[in-house]
Design a protein around this ligand. Sequence first.
Ligand SMILES: [Zn+2]
Length: 243
Amino acid sequence: MKNSYSRAVKRINSIDTKHYLNISHKRYRDIRSKGEYTADATLIAEYYRRVGVLLQFVNIEGVSILMGMSRLIHKEPFLDYDNLLTICPNLKEINLTIFKVICFNYLEWCCLIDKGNAIAIKYHDIYEPIIKLFERGGGQISIHHHELVGGFGAFPRSISASRGDMKEFDISDNALDLEIKEIEHAEAFLKGYLFDRNVTSNCIRCRTRLLVEENQSIGGTWYNIKCETEKCFDDNFSSYYFE
Ligand SMILES: [Zn+2]
């Protein structure tokens, strides 16, 4: 595992920055689709779960999203944050603080692995979900009050050890792409349904029928699209999406 650090540097410098340019004035839905945000939420949830598992192991109740995991184990930093853009020039164009801080923390974690730290080696892939999120273009994250802000829904800015009790999320490309396809499929069904209420569609995961339920709220009409199979597809769509 001696080369974790150099692999991580290479990985960060290979992130396609086009996802992150000129996004500050854009609305969430203009940056990514609802399906992509759903897959992003899975990656964030899995990152929180892995951090939770480590927190339980080192007996710490919770940490900020900005906290580097290596600092929980090894108090002295290996790298200087001021040098981050020299190490990873690819990050120069990305104007996202959390993104950069997490990349830095990931590099520090890899330094700890390369030093042969047993805990870092045991949890060597703790940063995998969040780096994968950045690689897939979902790194537009900021913090407002106590929450992470993005199109992926609400996550607290502090990660609790209890997250480690959750079941592991499948973050393989196949699983994430299936999540995106399911949303696109439901959106296409809803579009057809709004045009003709007799249109039917089946779940792409289990082939059972999808049901639509309409709900009125102050923000407009919401549609709950649900697979007849319990605990299968179930998501809410706003009519706003189809304007
Ligand atoms: Zn289903």
